[in-house]
Ligand binder design. Structure first.
Ligand code: NDP
Length: 480
């Protein structure tokens, strides 16, 4: 059986402890490969390799780093089919989605930061006729990047690309639920000529392997994407060590639909925002706030759109929703559907585990589920479910919509649907959310700041924000 090994100092290594974890394909329930179970000893080796590589990598001209990263982006593009299949087999999402979103955005991540560093500027201040200040931005050293299972290669590259581009060396860990594409990426990095030790990829459990990366004194910064409770654990270790931290955490995102929209068009996009990737995107809109005057019409349209999310074998072209990432997560999502009933909700469509015949008989599938009749304050509408479950909530006034939208502890993303430009901007300005989309969803521009407010995170990624995070500013004052 294939073994997913650690990539340290440019070579593949078995874990020091010789232990392996089963890697299960969620669409079939079968063990597909074995994953290295890395612990503190493996982290030591990776950090040592990254420290040794830092001097040469950080002093290489930006153009040199850029060329190597562009070569990696090209390799990802050339191997897009294999990577997409690996992503789908690990994560459960439809194959077409892996190709269209995950792998293509991974290419974009690498090439964007590879070229961004060729165009950066720095600040200079003329303090006096004879005095000049300028800001030098220097890489931090060895940095840790830890990514989740929902968009595996997409979010892995979203972190490592700016870290490497800025001149840091990296110790990275993908989720142990979806390690395959990061493993394949290591091979592509070797082929692209990335010097040994610049990027080191470790596999294993979060608390054991991820925790050892976070707690290693030589790791200067942690860029983490994952759940809010894991973020708290990481912060409790890293903050007393005064490490820089970028934490991209959970969400419970509102979608606000005002009564001036085209109902059919909007329902199609709102359903897409709720159920894409089985609802396992931190940006999915799971609280759908609908103005009461169009509520009945919108509900009918949403039921129809939800039912168009055909659940099935992720390898089939007409499948719109694949498997939930693992059995434990499927059971968690199902428990929230049960809770919705206990809290007085009505299931409009879906609501059950879905059994798919053939090769997927042992897989973990759930029907896309739409609920109504729940208050904005109940647990189903407050806690992150991270699955294909969305709730319709009626509202009367703009004021009320904004209050419900802001009523959770999260503040990651919000979407507003309206044709009234004043209402659109007025609402967007008042939402407690790091990202607001108006009449669109998941639209990406890599230059924009990305991240959440409140319990959804600390710091911003993307564009110059990411390059700033991965560098330390130093002010130099010169008396002429
Ligand atoms: P987790 O928090 O469980 O895990 C995220 C990563 O952290 C994984 O690689 C995990 O490893 C690792 N990890 C777990 N425990 C520790 C620890 N104690 N120390 C160091 N690393 C650790 O999140 P999920 O993988 O379940 O991802 C889903 C969550 O991610 C959702 O809450 C979602 O909202 C959020 N998310 C946020 C995004 C954003 O941009 N704000 C984007 C995407 C997802 P392992 O899995 O191997 O245990």
């Amino acid at each position: 059986m294939l073994r997913i090994r650690n990539y340290i100092n440019g070579r593949f290594h078995d874990p020091v402890g010789g232990e392996w974890i089963d890697n299960v394909n969620p669409a079939t329930g079968e063990v597909a490969s074995l994953i290295a179970r890395s612990r503190v000893e493996d982290v030591e080796l990776a950090v040592d390799a990254a420290r040794s590589a830092f001097s040469a990598w950080s002093t290489m001209p930006a153009k040199g780093r850029s060329e190597i990263m562009l070569a990696i982006a090209d390799k990802i593009k050339q191997h897009a089919e294999d990577l997409a299949l690996a992503e789908t087999n690990d994560q459960g999402k439809p194959l077409w989605l892996s190709k269209a979103v995950d792998i293509s955005r991974a290419v974009d991540n690498m090439s964007f930061f590879a070229t961004e560093i060729l165009h950066t500027r720095t600040d200079a201040y003329q303090t006096d006729v004879h005095v000049m200040n300028y800001t030098l931005r220097q890489p931090l050293g060895v940095v840790g990047c830890i990514s989740p299972w929902n968009l595996p290669l997409y979010l892995f590259t979203w972190k490592i690309a700016p870290a490497l581009a800025a001149g840091n060396t990296v110790v990275a860990k993908p989720s142990e639920l979806t390690p395959m594409t990061a493993f394949l990426l290591a091979e592509l990095c070797i082929e692209a000529g990335l010097p040994p030790g610049v990027l080191n990829i470790l596999h294993g459990y979060g608390p054991e392997c991820g925790g050892a990366i976070v707690g290693h004194p030589a790791v200067k910064a942690i860029s983490f994407t994952g759940g809010t409770s894991t973020g708290k654990t990481i912060a409790s270790i890293a903050a007393p060590m005064f490490k820089k931290m970028s934490l991209e955490l959970g969400g419970k995102n509102p979608t606000i639909v005002f009564d001036d929209v085209d109902v059919a068009h909007t329902a199609r996009h709102v359903a897409r925002a709720a159920f894409t990737n089985q609802g396992e995107i931190c940006l999915c809109g799971s609280r759908i706030l609908v103005q009461r005057s169009i509520y009945d019409a919108f509900r009918s349209a949403m039921i129809a759109e939800t039912q168009r999310f055909v659940v099935g074998d992720p390898l089939e072209a007409d499948t719109r929703m694949g498997a939930i990432v693992n059995e434990a997560h499927m059971n968690k999502v199902l428990s929230y559907i049960q809770l919705a009933l206990e809290e007085g909700g009505t299931i409009l469509t879906g609501g059950r585990r879905k059994h798919v015949d053939g090769r997927c008989a042992g897989g973990f599938f759930i029907e896309p589920t739409l609920v109504e009749g729940l208050s904005g304050t109940c647990r189903v509408n407050q806690e992150e479910i991270f699955g294909p479950v969305a709730a319709l909530i009626p509202f009367d006034t703009d004021e009320e919509a904004i209050a419900i939208a802001n009523s959770t502890e999260y503040g990651l993303a919000a979407t507003v649907w309206t044709t009234n430009i004043q209402r659109a901007h007025g609402t967007a300005h008042r939402l407690e959310s790091g990202i607001v989309w108006i009449n669109t969803w998941l639209m990406r521009d890599l230059r924009t700041p990305f991240g959440g407010m409140k319990q959804s995170g600390v710091g911003r990624e993307g564009g110059t924000e990411a390059l700033r995070f991965f560098t330390e500013p130093k002010n130099i004052c010169l008396q002429l």
